[in-house]
Design a binder for this molecule. Structure first.
Ligand code: VG1
Ligand code: CO
Length: 542
């Protein structure tokens, strides 16, 4: 039986950098999730009888919304849904399932690296048939629809047992509960030399992977321990928990501090890594060395040909604008294309589909390739392991050699979280207003060369995305970028990205904050951060 339920719009369902993210109590308001899901379906065409993939990162409220999404998909005329067992599908695994089974699209329930639990964050994102996040044209249509929606459709049926694989039927639609791990693990086996990695691990190379009680646990256990033979216990916090054990499932130096300390300690393993709530981010730490995500992108691109899936070389590299220019130097040396996009994986989809880019990355710990259309945490870990297995060198040796060849891009991001929204917007407006007057300005030894607000012209569909971040470029190539986060759920988060290129190998050993000190000072002076936000120091430095 299909029911049409009357509803009234909510005014705040605008998708951000990566879907709609709100606190759980917001999602628990009457029809809140239903309104958004119906608005997604209302913005799509020609999906009758087709397949929809549904899965999430296992956080609090995941199972409830999955049941709703299944029943609404049935009522709206989908022919089949594929759901990860237990409601689990990591973001890259969902992308893979959409592609592999040629689904029409997918609904991914996640708030990624944000905390989970009854008063924490939840999110809903729609991915299109290429497996990637819906482009802005679609997210804008969804938002427009949420503002006028007056009813939604739902099948009246009992809940589906999500914990047992098998096929059911709801209002004429097939519901298949699938193993969330096996398709993804099979894809990784195609891309990487598992024998070489297995041999590396057998020869005493020690790894540790922190799944942060989030979605990658089952994937990492199966791939790293079961298939690659890493000793049991190499994967930490492998049980996905609805509240991530009360932690922030964000693999950075603040929230994965225990891993960082272990990797810097006396008896450190050779390689440490972590992923985030939904499995699309990665943190890479070699014994005694943290590899910044921007560097990791460049190093992976420079060495990717050592893995079977990339042995023919790369077509091009794409990075988000705030990501450091380290990858640009690799692209230049390889003689391949380099693309600079706004923040958020949705902007890479066209480049990947058109075959212009093979590897993509963001400074926020996201790297991935054309194997799916999302960033992929475990993929990055496996590519690193494949490279380490072939080169038979340590992470530190690979990093040093890389800097020797290409120079080093010192890089850091300073986040000011939960700042008053009006204050944050005021800061950005004031910056915009003075962009034209900045070139030529001297701050200490630095001279501003150019200043602008980044606009992206998509080379494939020619769409334009404006106001994507304020860039201040100094003479000599150093840079400061400011933008406001599009994933937060309370107040505003100001992100300040700071970068300096250092060609001289004798100067590759400086502590990062020290190497960037004058730029950090300039960033403060130009934007008046302390005065405007009332914060003396950033809340998170990565
Ligand atoms: C952040 C990151 C961005 C990333 C996005 C989603 O966005 O900066 O690089 O793509 O999160 O990542 P923002 O707008 O807060 O800066 V995740 O792991 O949510 O899927
Ligand atoms: Co994520």
């Amino acid at each position: 039986m299909i029911k049409t339920v009357a509803t009234t719009p909510y005014g705040d369902q605008k998708p951000g950098t990566s879907g709609l993210r709100k606190k759980v109590p917001v999602f628990q308001q009457e029809n809140y999730a239903q309104n958004f899901i119906q608005s997604i379906f209302d913005s799509l065409e020609d999906f009758q009888g087709k397949t929809l993939v549904i899965g999430g990162d296992g956080r609090y409220f995941n199972r409830e919304v999955i049941q709703i999404a299944i029943k609404m998909a049935a009522a709206n005329g989908f022919g089949r849904v594929l759901v990860g067992r237990g409601g689990i599908l990591s973001t890259p695994a969902a992308s893979n399932v959409i592609r592999k089974y040629q689904a029409f699209g997918g609904i991914v329930l996640s708030a990624s690296h944000n905390p989970g639990g009854p008063t924490e964050d939840f999110g809903i994102k729609y991915n299109i048939g290429n497996g990637g996040p819906a482009p802005e044209k679609i997210t804008e249509a969804i938002f427009a629809r949420t503002k006028v929606i007056d009813s939604y459709k739902i099948a009246e049926a009992a809940d589906v047992n999500l914990d047992i694989e098998g096929t059911h039927e709801i209002a004429g639609m097939q519901v298949t509960i699938i193993d969330p791990v096996s398709d993804y693990a099979a894809l990784m086996e195609e891309l990487f030399d598992f024998n070489a990695i297995r041999a590396l691990l057998q020869n005493g190379f020690r790894i540790v992977f922190d799944a942060m009680s989030a979605v990658t646990g089952p994937y990492a256990k199966e791939i790293l321990e079961n298939r690659l033979g890493a000793p049991k216990g190499s994967v930490l916090n492998f049980m996905p928990l609805p509240d991530f054990g009360g932690h922030h499932p964000d693999p950075n130096l603040v929230h994965a501090k225990a891993l960082y300390d272990q990797m810097m300690g006396d008896d450190a393993p050779d390689f440490g890594a972590a992923s985030d709530g939904d499995g699309d981010r990665n943190l890479i730490i070699g014994r005694g060395i943290f590899v910044t995500p921007s560097d990791s992108l460049a190093m992976l691109a420079a060495n990717a040909h050592l893995a079977p899936g990339y042995s023919k070389g790369l077509a091009g590299i794409a990075r988000s604008m705030p990501t450091s220019g380290a990858a640009d130097r690799v692209a230049e040396k390889l003689g391949i294309g380099i693309y600079e996009t706004p923040t958020g994986w949705k902007f890479f989809g066209n480049l990947l589909d058109a075959g212009l880019a093979t590897i993509c990355g963001e400074e926020s710990a996201g790297t991935g390739s054309n194997h799916v259309r999302e960033k992929d945490g475990l993929w990055a870990v496996l590519l690193w392991l494949n490279i380490l297995a072939v080169r038979q060198e340590s992470v530190v040796e690979i990093a040093r050699q890389h800097w020797m060849i290409y120079g080093r891009n010192y890089y850091s991001r300073h986040d000011y979280e939960e700042v008053d929204s009006a204050a944050a917007n005021g800061l950005v407006t004031a910056l915009r207003d003075k962009l034209a007057s900045l070139p030529g300005t001297k701050i200490g030894d630095l001279t501003v060369q150019t200043a602008d607000d980044f606009s992206y012209h998509d080379p494939v569909d020619h769409s334009v995305s404006s106001n994507q971040g304020i860039r201040i470029l100094f003479e000599g190539g150093s840079r400061v970028v400011y933008r406001l986060s599009g994933t937060g759920t309370s107040g505003a988060t100001l992100r300040v990205y700071i970068e300096r290129f250092e060609p001289d190998a004798a100067r590759h050993d400086i502590e990062t904050q020290e190497a960037l000190a004058d730029l950090i000072q300039a960033a403060e002076e130009i934007a008046d951060i302390r005065q405007r936000t009332g914060r003396q120091t950033p809340s998170v430095i990565t």
